[in-house]
Design a protein around this ligand. Sequence first.
Ligand code: PEP
Ligand code: MN
Length: 338
Amino acid sequence: MIVVLETGTSEKQVEEIIRVLHDHGFDVHRSTGVQHTVLGAIGVHPEFDHRQIELLDGVSEVVRVTEPFKIASRAFKREGSVFDIGGVKIGGPEVIVIAGPCSVETEEQVFTIAKHVKDSGAKILRGGAFKPRTSPYSFQGLGEQGLKLLRAAADENHLKVITEVMDKSQIDLIEKYADILQIGARNMQNYTFLKDLGKSSKPVMLKRGLAATIEEWLMSAEYILSGGNEQVILCERGIRTFETATRNTMDISAIPVIKKKSHLPIIADPSHGVGIRDKVIPMARASVAAGADGIMIEVHHDPGRALSDGAQSLYPDQFTQMMKEVRLIAQAINRSIA
Ligand code: PEP
Ligand code: MN
C-alpha cells in the first residue's frame, strides 16, 4: 500500500502515521519528495481496511498495490489453470462451448436441444433443474426429474453436464448428475454456501454477481479455493448498469482483466449478458475474440414457448451459424472450437 501525505504535513504527523502502520504490522519505507512525502507500507494483510489509514491526519491518499485474493491470483500461479472434465479441457487452447436451454422442461425438449447443440460442436449441455427466478410464481424448475432428463440427454449425445446448485441442501443430489456445479449470480456472495462448495470434489463455475466488482468476484472464488476445491471456473454474465437497452451490460473487458489478474479459466455468458436474442451472437463473437476460454449459450427449439428466458434463447439454426462464426474467430487468435 502506498500512502501519499498532504503537502505541509508536520514531522510529528508523519511519525504518527508511521507508528500506526507499524502497529498494523507493516514495514514502512519513506520517500520525501519536493512536494509530497510518500510512505510505502510493505506487508501482506489481506483483511486490512485501508480506510483506517486514509482517515489519519496528514494523509492525502492511500493506494493499494497488492491484491487481496491470493490463491486465485496470477502471482500465486503463473500458468493458466486447465481443468480436465472427463476429457473436456477448460482453460486450454480449445474454446469450449456450453449450450442448452435455460431450464429443463420436458424430455422431448432437452433431448431435441442436446442433439442439435452436440451436432454443431458444443461439448457441455446446460439446463437448470432448480431455477433462481425473480418471482416465486414463475416456473421453479423440475428438480430431480430435470436432473435425470439432463443427464440422460447428455449421455445419449456424449456431452458433459452443467447445472445450477442454489443452496447447500442440493449439493449432494446435484453432484450425482452433474459434471460441473453452476453457482448463480445471485449466490456469488453467499459466503457460507461458497465454503460448502470448497468441500466439493466437482468443478464449480462461479457466475459474477449482478453488481459485483471483479475484485469481489475473485474474492468469492477465493472462498471456494481456500476451502480446498481447486477447480473454479469464472463466468462473466453481464452486470447491472444505468443502461436499459439490454437486460444487463455484458462486460467484455472483464475477460482480459481476469486473464491478467487470475489463472482461473473464464467463460462468457452472452445470453444473460444482453438478454435479447439478436444481440447474443455479436457478444458471443466478441467474447471469443477477447480471450474467453468458453462461451455458454441458451438455445431452445421453440423459444416462444420456453418456460424461462425464451427471449434470449437462440433458435437451433442461429446456434449453428454462431458456431461457424466463432470458429473462425478462435482460429484468428490461435485457438480452436470443435
Ligand atoms: C442461468 O444460467 O440460467 C442463470 C439463472 O444465470 P444467472 O445466475 O447468471 O442469472
Ligand atoms: Mn437463463
